[in-house]
Design a protein around this ligand. Structure first.
Ligand SMILES: Cc1cc2nc3c(=O)[nH]c(=O)nc-3n(C[C@H](O)[C@H](O)[C@H](O)COP(=O)(O)O)c2cc1C
Length: 162
């Protein structure tokens, strides 16, 4: 089954998980980048990032979204921002217009909860088949080794089913 990992990451956590999924699942990978990046440090990080969630914005991407019609399985990853997904994912959803794809979600947060973020992503990608989701608390800096083992176990459990 041809698969791709699509993710946005401001601070490297979702990038770490996305890269590990891609390696374990032999997937292609697509990192979403913003034309106007959110600052990584300082109060503007939370003001700009949180504000964009509240406004349900679709920030412009510099990433060109390829034709994804050949992929049967799509992993989509985002940091939890203000309880929901980082808005780059909304821009991706409207550009890619995915339907009838098997989908798995991954999220990174600073402590959660993550349920609303996952359910918001499910609503955004309505019309697809949701297989599984997994969440981590700042895996780039916290229990990194066990998080990466958890990712690999999750992927091997998933790929056994396909
Ligand atoms: C704008 C903004 C809002 C955030 N809101 C939340 C939140 O509501 N809940 C939470 O647990 N973590 C929140 N975080 C923390 C990130 O979700 C967390 O650090 C995550 O691991 C970052 O992933 P990344 O490194 O891929 O960007 C927020 C971070 C930012 C920048």
């Amino acid at each position: 089954m041809k698969s791709i990992v699509v993710f946005y990451s401001l601070e490297g956590n979702c990038k770490l998980i996305g890269n590990t999924i891609a390696e374990a699942a032999h997937s292609d990978i697509l990192e979403l980048k913003l034309r106007k990046p959110v600052p990584v440090k300082g109060p503007m990080k939370f003001l700009a990032g949180g504000g964009s969630v509240m406004k349900k914005s679709s920030p412009e991407l510099t990433t060109v979204i390829p034709d994804l019609s050949d992929y049967q399985l799509i992993f989509i990853g985002a940091p939890v921002w203000a309880g929901s997904f980082a808005p780059a994912i909304r821009t991706f959803a409207s550009s890619a217009r995915l339907e009838n794809k098997k989908m798995c979600f991954f999220t990174c947060c600073a402590g959660g909860p993550t349920e609303k973020c996952i359910s918001d992503m499910k609503s955004l990608f309505e019309g697809n088949l949701f297989i599984s989701d997994i969440s981590f608390v700042n895996p780039a800096t916290k229990d990194t080794k066990s998080c990466l083992n958890k990712v690999r176990d999750w992927v091997s459990g998933l790929t056994e089913d396909f």
